[in-house]
Write a protein that binds this ligand. Structure first.
Ligand code: 6PG
Length: 265
């Protein structure tokens, strides 16, 4: 952990996860980059490639910039990494709304990660349903399975101020999907269809890390961590890794409403 780690404080929320509170957006990005580096390093020492799913939205962008720069760019063994996305918008990769497109333009195209290990949804043609099926098939082929479900080494997630995560939005059908691993999810409030991992796939991961920053998320984070569980209202609460760990890396502003007295160090 870099010097930002010394400013970190933690809250143990039990089965709701470990919350690590860092000073600000920069410290959050460094903690996220450290997390990815550690996961890849761990896989390499196991003699295998790591499978990591990135989230979309704005919060992971600074992490990406750090990963494409020194020291991470030289230190991380990129050839031992398969990259996926936990959700995607039904737009071509060239569109600024594309999660994969933004990550490629933001940092992936600037690191020595083999192109065939960057797994994007097929959004140029076909249908969202077909794209979800194809992506599920690719995950089944590339990501090693534990108990029949592909087990990502790390899945990064964000949380919307409405409590959604990946593209599991409040009141949408995908929140309750228990068989499929990746689905096309109609989101009426956005008048669109999103592609998203479902909770069985997310909860099969070895490690799930939420990255949450800014005062705008404080009310919802309080609701998700301190409030009653209602996955229809706050789908982020559906994330409960079956065998793996759940970590929340949040900044002080987002943690402002959390109830539990933090434990130092
Ligand atoms: C997406 C994301 C979504 C995101 C949250 C948080 O495609 O929009 O994957 O789940 O993580 O909306 O977004 P911010 O980081 O921008 O707050």
């Amino acid at each position: 952990m870099t010097e930002h780690g010394s400013n970190q404080r933690s809250i143990d929320y039990g089965e709701r996860g470990q919350v690590h509170i860092v000073a600000d957006a920069e410290a959050l990005a460094v903690a996220a980059a450290d997390q990815l580096e550690a996961v890849v390093g761990h896989a390499v020492s196991d003699g295998r490639a790591a499978s990591v799913a990135l989230s979309g939205g704005s919060t992971p962008k600074r992490m990406g910039q750090l990963l494409a720069a020194s020291p991470y760019a030289e230190r991380i063994e990129w050839a031992w990494l398969n990259v996926f996305w936990g959700d995607e918008r039904w737009v071509p990769i060239g569109n600024p709304e594309s999660n994969a497109g933004e990550a490629k333009r933001g940092f992936l195209d600037r690191i020595p990660l083999p192109k065939d290990q960057i797994h994007t949804f097929e959004t140029r043609h076909g249908t969202p349903e077909l794209a979800a099926e194809q992506y599920e098939q690719t995950i089944l082929e590339v990501v090693p399975s534990g108990d029949g479900i592909p087990q990502f080494d790390l899945i990064f997630l964000g949380m919307g101020d409405d409590g959604h995560t990946a593209s599991l939005f409040p009141g949408t059908s995908a929140v309750h999907e228990q068989t499929r691993l990746v689905v096309a999810n109609p989101v009426s409030k956005l008048n669109t269809i999103r592609l998203t991992f479902t909770s069985p796939l997310i909860n099969a991961a070895s490690l799930v890390v939420f990255l949450i920053g800014g005062a705008g998320k404080a009310e919802m984070l309080h609701k998700v961590l301190d409030g009653p569980v209602d996955v229809d209202l706050t789908p982020s609460q559906i994330v409960r890794p079956v065998r793996g760990s759940l970590v929340w890396i949040v900044d002080e502003a987002a943690a402002a409403r959390l109830e539990q007295e933090p434990r130092r160090g």
